[in-house]
Write a protein that binds this ligand. Structure first.
Ligand code: SF4
Ligand SMILES: [Zn+2]
Length: 312
């Protein structure tokens, strides 16, 4: 395997039935997402047109890295249930290995259009969680600000189908797509949690970061886009707990100009608190955080509210 055809693998902690356990996470190198049009997504730069045999080798490699982890997370920079990315034979091979090793939970991701009975049925009986990038419950924001190419109805149908098989649904939401102000972004995320709650077992709040070759990057370079404040994420996580959902967030690139950030001084501490909260769901991890920049954030949220007519 060359460096471009080798899966990226790392170990982390995951929640399993309220416990914190070891998780092996892998990004398989596939041909990448067939949609490939979302404004914030630069995942196809990781794509590699792997053949079926190469994907089987990648799966073998992933299982060789497994020690005492009980959760396996398989990402593909696209959709696990897209046959063009992960052929049925490869999914079947992975499932067989998963069962042989007696693992407790499998987490994958997919766009809704690939979630068909035929493709998910073989996983019956497995503790399977499928992440779907709904991003927002607003069809207008999803279409105009993200270019996602599917509707809330599509998400609901796919989520219902998964749950009929006893699988769990993880709903990804995007905090601060382009074109939304900081306050609109907070508002959109909270409204989305309320609207998607009946269809999701767990939420993952993804904080927009500026990926290479994307429209978001062009806006960011032109100073028309700033990634979300970490304080905004803290607010959404607090509200989400009050709404009564389980919610996770991994602030990728936190503290960097391209990632969600505050003032530079408090970023590491706030990002660590967000990660701690995600593992424990304990809101006390989000209390007591303070930095002088919180006033600046409050002003940014207020000012952006009044600086132009709301878009949505
Ligand atoms: S965000 Fe998901 S659906 Fe959109 S282009 Fe990226 S991988 Fe595809
Ligand atoms: Zn600060």
């Amino acid at each position: 395997m060359t460096s471009t055809s080798k899966p990226i693998v790392w170990k982390e902690k995951e929640r399993l039935d309220g416990e914190i356990v070891g998780c092996l996470t892998a990004i398989l190198r596939t041909r990448g997402c067939r949609w490939d049009r979302c404004y914030m997504c630069g995942y196809t730069s990781d794509a590699y047109p792997a053949s079926e045999e190469e994907l089987i080798q990648q799966v073998d490699y992933v299982f060789e890295q497994l020690e005492d982890e009980s959760v396996l997370k398989i990402f593909t920079s696209g959709s696990f249930f897209d046959d063009a990315e992960v052929p049925p034979k490869v999914r079947g091979y992975l499932l067989e290995k998963f069962q042989q090793r007696g693992l407790k939970k499998l987490i994958v991701e997919s766009r809704p259009e690939y979630i068909t009975d035929e493709r998910i049925e073989p996983f019956k009986g497995v503790n399977l969680e499928v992440g779907i990038g709904l991003e927002t419950a607003s069809d207008r924001v999803r279409e105009l600000c993200i270019n996602k190419g599917f509707s809330f109805e599509d998400f609901k149908d796919a989520a219902t189908k998964l749950r009929n098989y006893g699988f769990r649904v993880k709903c990804y939401l995007l905090l601060k797509p382009p074109f939304l102000s900081e306050s609109e972004a907070i508002d959109d995320a909270i409204k989305s949690i309320v609207a998607a709650k009946p269809y999701a077992d767990v939420f993952s709040l993804n904080l927009t970061n500026v990926q290479k070759g994307t429209l978001v990057e062009r806006f960011w370079r032109a100073k028309l886009y700033r990634p979300p404040w970490l304080w905004s994420a803290v607010e959404v996580l607090r509200e989400a707990t009050a709404i009564g959902v389980e919610i996770l967030s991994d602030p990728v690139a936190a503290g960097k100009q391209r990632g969600p950030h505050n003032c530079g001084k408090c970023d590491a501490e706030v990002a660590a608190a967000i990660r701690e909260f995600s593992l424990t769901q304990d809101t006390s991890k989000l209390e007591g955080l303070h930095c002088e920049c919180i006033e600046k954030w409050k002003k940014a949220v207020e000012l952006e509210k009044y600086s132009r007519a709301p878009l949505f």
